[in-house]
Ligand binder design. Structure first.
Ligand SMILES: [Zn+2]
Length: 322
């Protein structure tokens, strides 16, 4: 594992390398960027570089520190992630206990806190105490999907690095190099909002199959269709159903873009441009906007555990009458 394994983010990596080489590493850094974009990988390579005995801004992969780190056995490395839906104060307290001791192997300890936005307020305030009284030998790397999701007091203690979404062409190239079919890479890259993790997840979970189910919604006209499609959708696991609805919102958003006669290059579902264009008579801008509103309501009710079958039936019936 090394810097060349990271896809994109060249500017962030260059800055981190400079900081490390100059020995200006702050006590806390915060990586902001969407899920699956590469924050975790960059954080781990940075930790390995800081531990590496050669200290030249990159892990040599051969020294004792590197070998310990890459076999997940480095005693001075800690990684914290949410238990259930949050990072709990007990987790932070346990971590504080562990890092209060001197390092075993290196001259420092490194802590990665993944999904830092899921810290409870108590957890964040407790961590803040540690960040406010930095000890020379602990470096915190916080990962979060957005700046807004963190307390200002935490933000003010961290040097922030922003991870930008990857370009479609960069993502497509990366997917191709992972052996994914050429005819699928472009569409996966577009549907994944610049995140390599999301693109791979789509591929592995057969996300394109879910999109097919979303497309069926567009053609629901008579009651038989509505009955058949709502049955099929309600048989999906709840999270999968919500994913189908996310695809549906992307399809409608694409249709809105096509109505504006904008450059079709901007649409997510580039492989469906013609199909979507053919449906544009049935889907006016007014109907699309109303449909998107309806969709956001049904998503909310599904998230609060509404009966999927009833919710889908009523959604499709209302949709037909828009
Ligand atoms: Zn090394």
């Amino acid at each position: 594992m090394n810097w060349h394994d990271v896809i994109g983010h060249e500017d962030v990596i260059a800055e981190l390398k400079t900081i490390m080489k100059q020995g200006r590493m702050p006590h806390a850094v915060l990586f902001i960027g969407s899920e699956g974009i590469g924050k975790q990988l960059v954080a781990r390579i940075m930790a390995a570089s800081l531990f590496c005995e050669k200290q030249n801004g990159t892990p040599c992969g051969e020294c004792f520190s590197c070998r310990q780190f890459f076999s997940n056995q480095h005693p001075d490395f800690f990684s914290l992630s949410p238990e259930g839906n949050s990072i709990k104060i007990e987790q932070i307290r346990q971590l504080q206990g562990e890092i209060s001791l001197s390092p075993y192997l290196a001259d420092k300890r490194i802590v990665i806190i993944d999904k830092a936005e899921l810290m409870t307020v108590q957890s964040a305030n407790s961590l803040l105490k540690t960040l406010e009284e930095p000890q020379g030998d602990v470096i915190f790397i916080l990962l979060a999907h957005s700046r807004q999701s963190l307390l200002d007091t935490i933000l003010s203690r961290c040097q922030v690095f922003n991870f930008q979404p990857l370009k479609v062409s960069v993502l497509a190239q990366a997917l191709l190099s992972k052996g994914i079919d050429k005819d699928k890479v472009d569409i996966l890259a577009r549907l994944s909002d610049g995140s390599i993790g999301k693109a791979l997840e789509l591929w592995e979970k057969n996300g394109l199959q879910l999109r097919k189910q979303a497309i069926e919604v567009l053609d629901c006209i008579d009651l038989d269709d509505i009955w058949r499609v709502s049955t099929a959708l309600s048989e999906l696991e709840r999270n999968r159903l919500l994913e189908v609805l996310e695809y549906l919102s992307m399809l409608w958003r694409d249709m809105l873009v096509l109505h504006e006669e904008c450059n079709g290059e901007l649409i997510y579902n580039i492989d469906m441009k013609e199909i979507l264009n053919n449906k544009s008579d049935a889907w006016s801008t007014r109907r699309l906007l109303a449909a998107l509103q309806l969709l956001s309501k049904v998503r909310m009710s599904l998230k609060s555990n509404a009966n999927a079958r009833l919710a889908m039936e009523s959604f499709l019936l209302k949709l037909r009458d828009l």
